[in-house]
Design a protein. Structure first.
Length: 116
């Protein structure tokens, strides 16, 4: 029996406490296969966020498309998307490749330890 598969679409947290890294840890602890599409790279620690670099929307879409067409997903979770263009890109690719797949939207407005 194959494990459940989740695709996390979110930012990368260099401190490992949030974002993609936290989603991978959670999925692994639950025996779930985690895939990722990184929307932004952040430089942060427990005291705050030092920098945020968004990933190009077309690269985000390509990550999602490749995961879904090759591996598939039983659930999808979004976190920090970072810009309206990334939101639109994610919506378009999910509409094409993930109809009927449960979606958890966990919007990130400001990091717990502070924003840039």
């Amino acid at each position: 029996m194959r494990p459940a598969r989740i695709l996390s679409i979110a930012g990368s947290d260099s401190s490992g406490g949030a974002g993609i890294q936290a989603d991978i840890k959670t999925a692994s602890a639950l025996g779930v296969y985690a895939m990722t599409a990184i929307t932004a790279i952040t430089a942060q620690d427990t005291t705050g966020v030092g920098a945020i670099v968004p990933v190009a929307p077309e690269v985000v879409a390509e990550q999602i498309s490749r995961c879904l067409t090759d591996i598939g997903a039983d659930a999808i979770k979004t976190g920090m998307l970072g810009s309206a263009t990334i939101v639109a890109s994610v919506a378009n690719v999910l509409d094409t490749h993930a109809k009927g797949v449960p979606l958890v939207v966990d919007p990130v407005m400001v990091a717990t330890s502070g924003a840039v």
